[in-house]
Design a protein around this ligand. Structure first.
Ligand SMILES: O=C(O)CCC(=O)C(=O)O
Ligand SMILES: [Fe+2]
Length: 282
């Protein structure tokens, strides 16, 4: 039987007590951060013992990491010959990073337990100030993987296939590995290619940095806020748990996106490939 209290510091952050003043205060603070910065962070949300257990799991699964060293555009979509070569859709960046795909986690995995917790999902939903329901994702590979990055690895600017991502740093790199993002640079129906191109070409206007610490909970809008992870310096592997949340639990990453990030696409990815209902590129 999963005990949320052994993982989340429910004494400080009683997310399980719907209606309690402490929870209402936490939700209000998270919403305020989300509105102001397009992202929020709750320090020491996950208990240190749980982080230890997650680190042991990630270390055990490390040999099964799918490593990518490849070029892709910020949408993880195929290049587009109908637009100029310097257009964001043709702006290729080299990524070196890995994932421990979600389907490698055991049922008892602490990361799976956190992800399957409806208390956590409900809390995530509430911080978003949205009247649309938010769900755990169907994507069998991308739903809650561990991101793995080693010396010199770099995760360039990109958008996610899912709307929202929680990140929980499990092990910090010695230096580098900083999460950078541009809040809400695109919105449904508006790609904002001009600003995206400025950032891809090195512009820093609107770029925010977040140097996470192990155990912090972060929530960001990966489908709308372009983001990256700066180059890893030093020998320590950076591990991060990445539970994802979506408006449409049935849809998955496009097969192209899934192959680039997670090394393969399943039959379900092919069956469910379709135009996104928000009209944005993958
Ligand atoms: O490692 C991180 O902090 C973010 C990873 C990420 O953006 C992704 O997996 O799509
Ligand atoms: Fe991402």
């Amino acid at each position: 039987m999963f005990d949320l209290d052994s993982v989340v510091d429910l004494d400080t952050y009683p997310i399980h007590r719907a209606g309690s003043p402490a929870r209402a205060e936490l939700v209000a603070e998270a919403r305020q951060q989300m509105k102001a910065f397009g992202c929020f962070r709750i320090s020491n949300f996950i208990r240190p013992e749980a982080i230890e257990t997650m680190l042991a799991e990630a270390t055990r699964l490390h040999p099964q990491t799918f490593w990518a060293e490849q070029e892709h555009n910020p949408y993880a979509s195929a290049p587009d010959v109908s637009v100029p070569s310097n257009h964001p859709r043709n702006f290729m960046q080299r990524r070196m990073s890995g994932f421990i795909n979600s389907d490698l986690l055991s049922q008892q995995s602490l990361l799976n337990q956190i992800y399957n917790s409806n208390v956590v999902t409900h809390f995530v939903w509430e911080t978003l100030s949205t009247d649309r329901p938010v769900y755990q994702w169907a994507d069998p590979l991308g739903r809650n993987p561990y991101g793995v990055m080693e010396t010199d690895h770099y995760f360039p600017w990109h958008f996610d296939g899912n709307e929202f991502t929680v990140s929980i740093l499990v092990q910090k790199a010695e230096s580098g590995g900083v999460f950078e993002y541009v809040p809400d640079i695109r919105t449904p129906g508006h790609e904002n290619y001009e600003r995206v191109q400025q950032i891809l070409e090195g512009g820093r206007e609107g770029v925010r940095e977040l140097d996470l610490l192990p155990g912090d909970l972060q929530l960001f809008k990966g489908r709308f806020s372009m983001h990256r992870v700066t180059r890893i310096v030093g020998p320590t592997t950076r591990y991060i748990a990445l539970p994802t949340y979506v408006y449409d639990p049935w849809r998955m990453n496009s097969p192209h996106h899934s192959i680039q990030y997670y090394g393969r696409a399943t039959d379900a990815h092919h069956q469910r490939a379709m135009v996104m209902s928000d009209g944005l590129l993958d």
